[in-house]
Ligand binder design. Structure first.
Ligand code: ADP
Length: 450
């Protein structure tokens, strides 16, 4: 980064220097031409007043001190005044220029190393040529002087630019280097790392994002550990029971139908517990996979709901009542498979958390305007405290209170419900009163049958 800044500074300075050089050169050349022309017109005006040669010589000497040489030449190029020689080529050039002029006219031109002014005048009763010349050496000297200053200023500017570039790049890369070394520690499993805040907004945002990623990864890791601990613990008990009762059937109750059935029932119950556990773990992997993909389809929600409720029919044997109030032939448009998971989770929770009467109310009704279908699942359990209500939809959230069902929950059920319904853009919610139970609801769009 420092290198790029330096290259940029050098390029910028070169550009500025070049532009400056061109401008100075052009300005000085124009100024010299103006000076030469001014001196020329002054001399021409003076000659009209017929001054004597002494005055002219003095004036020419003064101009010479200013670096401007004035000649009065005869028409064939011989020097009339002052007594300084002129190179043949320059005299010829002046004669050539004058040839195109009539008396009283003038011209400014540039020749090898000089800026010139030439005019045709009458002096001492004969036609003469006035030649005013300024050598370009003077201009070049000024430009060279300026170049020295320019180089000095450029060096100072470059040093300053390097210093500023170094400071900026150090500040910028310091933040990034910090983040990078912290990220390496994080990658090696140190979850206590803190991505430090940086001086620049973008880097600070990156550091916030990385801190967020760290929290999420940590949560996920803790969750996986917890799940693993729960699952292994919960697997052990039913497996021990199954083994113990199977041995009992083999060794003791094999010939006694009553006892044998009792023992086999324990084995079946424990196998059911294992199935429930495996289902929860499967939900976890589903959450981590493609929950986002929604395949919309129009289907009969009434029949679909009855289908799911029938699968819960086995609960009746354990004394559960599922009270239904369902309108006939309601159609909606959604992802059937995902909605099944939503209803399963809500119904499963209602059964888990309902009260002593073991009753769950399920209703499916169209709204007054006929545009929506409301599914409500109500239980008669303890309800959910107000302060817990916003949290229950969070991933991994589990109330401290234990389930009435033997299988331990994972705290994922409602989060799956939330993700699926949000992906569908369906409204959903819960109303709960402590001691009276909870009602979970979902609003489906009502569509005509296809
Ligand atoms: P879990 O597997 O623990 O049931 P959920 O995501 O389904 O996970 O539920 C999260 C938490 O919300 C539960 O631990 C429980 O505290 C609360 N909850 C969910 N449904 C009900 C309900 N019908 N009645 C009371 N509390 C509920």
């Amino acid at each position: 980064m420092f290198l790029y800044f330096c290259i940029l500074s050098v390029l910028l300075l070169l550009l500025v220097d070049m532009v400056f050089y061109i401008i100075v050169n052009a300005t000085l050349s124009r100024q010299t031409r103006d000076r030469v022309t001014r001196v020329g017109t002054e001399v021409v005006a003076l000659l009209e007043r017929r001054p004597d040669d002494k005055v002219l010589k003095q004036l020419f000497l003064r101009y010479q001190d200013e670096g401007i040489v004035v000649y009065i030449l005869s028409e064939d190029g011989a020097v009339v005044l002052p007594e300084i020689s002129i190179s043949e080529s320059r005299a010829e050039e002046a004669v050539e220029q004058a040839a195109t002029l009539s008396v009283g006219d003038d011209v400014a031109y540039r020749s090898e190393g000089f800026v010139n002014f030439c005019s045709k005048v009458t002096y001492n009763e004969s036609v003469n040529i006035i030649l005013v010349s300024c050598p370009l050496v003077v201009v070049r000297e000024i430009v060279t002087d300026l170049q020295v200053y320019l180089i000095l200023v450029s060096i100072i500017a470059l040093l300053l630019a390097f210093l500023i570039s170094y400071t900026i790049s150090q500040r910028l890369t310091r933040g990034l280097k910090n983040l990078s070394s912290t990220a390496v520690r994080f990658a090696h499993g140190d979850y206590s790392v803190e991505f430090a805040n940086a001086d620049y907004r973008e880097v600070a945002q990156l550091s916030d994002t990385l801190n967020f990623v760290r929290d999420e990864v940590k949560k996920s890791r803790d969750f996986q550990r917890e799940i693993l601990a729960n699952v292994t613990h919960d697997l052990k008990t039913p497996l021990t029971m199954i083994k113990a009762y199977a041995s009992m059937v083999q060794e003791i109750s094999g010939d006694n139908p009553e006892k044998r059935n009792q023992h086999l029932q324990v084995i079946i119950d424990e196998a059911d517990r294992l199935t429930g556990l495996v289902d929860d773990v499967l939900s976890v992997s589903k959450v981590n996979s493609n929950l986002g993909e929604i395949h919309f389809k129009v289907f009969n929600l009434t029949e679909f709901l009855y289908g799911i409720i029938n699968k819960f029919g086995y609960l009746q044997e354990s004394g559960y009542n599922l009270m239904v109030d369902i309108d006939p032939d309601l159609y909606t448009r959604a992802d059937e498979e995902k909605i099944e998971q939503v209803i399963y989770n809500l119904l499963g929770n209602a059964v888990s958390y309902t009260g002593e009467d073991k009753t769950v109310f399920i209703s499916l009704k169209t709204s007054m305007d006929g545009k929506r279908i409301k599914l409500s699942i109500r239980d008669t359990g303890k309800g959910i405290p107000k302060e817990e209500l916003p949290n229950i939809w969070d991933r991994y959230y589990r109330s401290e209170e234990s389930h009435t069902r033997p299988v331990k929950g994972t705290g994922l059920g409602l989060n799956i419900v939330k993700v699926i319904l949000e992906n569908h853009s369906f409204d959903y919610g819960v109303e709960s009163e402590k001691g009276k139970g909870s009602t979970f609801w979902v609003d489906f769009p009502s569509v005509p049958a296809e």
